[in-house]
Design a protein around this ligand. Structure first.
Ligand SMILES: [Zn+2]
Length: 233
């Protein structure tokens, strides 16, 4: 058996959506930290499939998962993920982004996660953000993440002796195919069988929306079957 990597003897908080990338990152965290907790944001998603997937996976890997409601995005409208009157489309709008872009979502999630982590004395926050192979969302870029990390560290007044606040994105520069291979390496496949990606909220997934297509492309390029599709047969 290969030697086990020594884990960091502290806790981390995973921003967990029950989707493919955050599930893969959750398993990276389980391999890296001695203690792992999750946080899920209910921001008015079109469907309940995400929270059900997140809870099933958290239960499977035996981590505590805290749910918070963020009603602001529910009221914001204007994007296809929180406004069911808008059909999901990968066509870019006047701002040059698809209508699935929820403005500020990841900035708000990470800021709330950092505030929650602060109350628990946790200074490592793990996110599935990835700037490769993505839909061009500006809040998924490394520059955004680094700037936010600095803002949060300063804004929370985190004492250096307690460690630097870190926003960690293990998949930031990985293609979807590389993410699939890492998921296997990190032991995430059984959890991915319970994950949810489809923008339409369909179970089994619709196979046609941009999120389903991107997921399928990753598994196809990695030469592996998607355990979610295998499970649902
Ligand atoms: Zn879909």
């Amino acid at each position: 058996m290969p030697a086990q990597k020594k884990k960091l003897n502290r806790a981390c908080l995973v921003v967990f959506s029950g989707g493919q990338d955050s599930t893969t990152c959750l398993h990276w965290a389980l391999n890296t930290f001695t203690s792992v907790e999750g946080v899920f944001f209910d921001y008015g998603q079109r469907h309940k499939s995400e929270v059900l997937a997140a809870q099933a996976i958290a239960w499977r890997v035996k981590i505590p998962l805290r749910l918070f409601r963020l009603d602001f995005f529910r009221e914001l409208k204007g994007n296809a993920l929180t406004d069911s009157s808008i059909a999901i489309s990968s066509e870019t709008g006047p701002m040059g982004l698809p209508n699935t872009f929820v403005p500020g979502r990841n900035l708000v999630f990470l800021t709330h996660a950092a505030a929650y982590a602060y109350t628990k004395g946790i200074h490592d926050i793990v996110t599935g953000l990835c700037q490769t192979d993505y839909s061009g969302y500006p809040d998924c870029r490394i520059d955004t993440l680094k700037a936010l990390q600095k803002s949060l560290h300063l804004g929370l007044g985190w004492p250096e002796r307690h460690g630097v606040l870190r926003l960690i994105a293990p998949l930031m520069f990985k293609t979807k195919a590389e993410s699939v291979r890492l998921a296997q390496k990190w032991g995430a496949m059984d959890s991915l069988a319970l994950s949810h990606t489809c923008y339409e909220g369909s179970v089994p997934p619709c196979g046609k929306c941009p999120a389903c297509l991107l997921r399928a492309k990753g598994f196809s390029e990695a030469g592996m079957a998607d355990p979610l599709l295998t499970r649902l047969g």
